[in-house]
Design a binder for this molecule. Structure first.
Ligand code: ADP
Length: 468
């Protein structure tokens, strides 16, 4: 049973949610500080502009007009929110709005005294107002030489805006976090859907459903790559298992025939009345069948050995041209008997480094097949040439040919084409030939046309002995 916190979807969702939380918190902090700074600057500008306007008014229309304007301003504003004061530099009050609400204001004497000496310069101070929720901003400056103006304004309005911003953010957070987690969960589920489907398919295959594939699409390139690789692997496993089954069937079949024959021979020998002569025949038949069995088992072991590259230690420089000539001589009588024209065209003195016995058997298998699967009056040609890719041995015949569907499988162990079942053989010759070619660092290929003939081509790396 899977625990939710252990699932990839849960962990991805958690990561999305944390990332969202952190980034939106950072964004909010930035916004909060920016708005606070803008409002503070705006307020400072307003207060200093006011003092500057009074200064202009004093210059243009004199003190009385300034006092009038201050009275009007004091009346029109909430005295709890704002105060205005005009003093002489000796501290004599010319005008002051109602300061009842501002009495406890801890404005330092030093602040009141230290007014900038130049017109157009201002002193700004933010102070905490006892018994009030908000602080206040006090600005002072000269409206004319010897005339000091103090303007104070509560920060309540600004605090309200900042609190509103905070509330909006908290509200947005309360809605956005579950929403983002929901969306994250949906995205994570979609992302892991492909992976889950692949693991379900793997479980089904493990239970024996070899044809099970993953059909899921449009899940993103990474998942698609996983699905494609998984399907390719599943197909490979299916092919391998099918081939293994076929191979086991073939081995069983190849072992059964000689064993059944041995059994029949033995039964017959036991039931005859003239034992001596019949025993002799039975013994000879049994030997023949035992040899077939041994040949089959030995060749299987040879293929395995060649594929494992065990014989690589037992190598020597070999004149391949001469080796092929010897093989031709060996098969000449068989070809004549079948009325097949066996011809040879060999570049002289082509050398390889390899295992003589294995190379001989490889050539023998190819020649044996060519003669076996070619009818009378056919032709078998052996060519040996030097090519850029290496030494090239071609064994071509004008025989039955091989069906295109069978061509990729003829090098598999125990594979035999249907048309050859009547012939002698156990389906190991070509797999042995391929194993030997590969063990020598070469390769073997086939080109064949049914009813036209087949050409097996072996490439082997040339050997050149550099004199010391
Ligand atoms: P076998 O002992 O059956 O000849 P091989 O491994 O040598 O086994 O060959 C595998 C199968 O490939 C053969 O059974 C035959 O059907 C086919 N084959 C091999 N060589 C030839 C050829 N020259 N012409 C036609 N078919 C061939």
């Amino acid at each position: 049973m899977r625990r939710l916190p252990n699932t990839l979807a849960f962990r991805l969702t958690l990561s999305y949610a944390v990332a969202f939380l952190v980034s939106s918190f950072a964004a909010f902090c930035l916004l909060y500080v920016s708005v606070d700074t803008i409002l503070n600057n705006r307020m400072n500008e307003d207060l200093t502009e006011d003092i500057s306007e009074y200064s202009d008014l004093y210059l243009a229309e004199g003190m009385n007009r300034v006092v009038q304007e201050l009275e009007r301003e004091a009346e029109s504003n909430d005295e709890e929110q704002m105060f205005l004061r005009l003093l002489t530099s000796k501290g004599q009050t010319i005008f002051s709005s109602n300061l009842t609400e501002w009495k406890e204001l801890p404005i330092s004497e030093e602040f009141l005294q230290k007014v900038p000496e130049v017109q157009g310069e201002y002193r700004i101070q933010t102070v905490v107002r006892p018994h009030h929720d908000s602080s206040a901003r006090i600005t002072s400056g000269l409206i004319a030489p010897g005339l000091i103006m103090h303007l104070g304004e509560s920060l309540e309005e600004k605090d309200e805006i900042m609190n509103l911003l905070l509330l909006v953010f908290i509200g947005m957070f309360c809605v956005a976090i579950p929403l983002a987690s929901g969306v994250g969960w949906a995205i994570a589920r979609k992302a892991v859907k492909g992976i889950e489907e692949v693991s379900r398919a793997a479980v089904d295959i493990e239970k024996g459903q070899l044809d099970r594939r993953v059909t899921i699409k449009d899940q993103g390139d990474e998942v698609q790559m996983l699905v494609d690789t998984f399907n390719a692997m599943a197909e490979r496993i299916r092919i391998l298992i099918t081939e293994m089954r076929e191979m086991t069937d073939n081995i069983a079949h190849d072992l059964r025939s000689p064993l059944s024959r041995i059994r029949v021979i033995s039964e017959r020998a036991l039931s005859v009345t003239e034992p001596d002569n019949e025993y002799r025949v039975a013994a000879s038949d049994t030997l023949e069948q035992c040899d077939r069995l041994l040949h089959l088992i030995n060749t299987t072991l040879d293929v395995a050995e060649a594929e494992a590259g065990v014989m690589s230690t037992d190598t020597e420089p070999i004149n391949l041209s001469m080796l092929i000539e010897d093989a031709r001589d060996l098969y000449e009588p068989a070809a004549e008997e079948k009325k097949i024209k066996l011809s040879c065209k060999l570049d002289p003195d082509c050398r390889v480094k390899g295992n003589r016995q294995m190379l001989q058997r490889m050539l023998a298998n190819l020649l044996d097949n060519a003669l076996k699967y070619t009818g009378p009056k056919g032709q078998v040609k052996i060519d040996l040439t030097r090519q850029p890719r290496g030494l090239c041995v071609m064994v071509a015949d004008t025989g039955f040919g091989i069906q295109p569907a069978d061509q990729p499988r003829v090098f598999d162990r125990f594979f035999r084409c249907d048309q050859s079942r009547s012939q002698d053989g156990c389906g190991l010759g070509l797999s042995f030939a391929r194993a030997v070619a590969c063990a020598h660092g070469g390769d073997i290929t086939l080109a064949s046309e049914p009813a036209q003939g087949s050409t097996f081509t072996i490439f082997l790396p040339p050997f050149s002995s550099t004199p010391h």
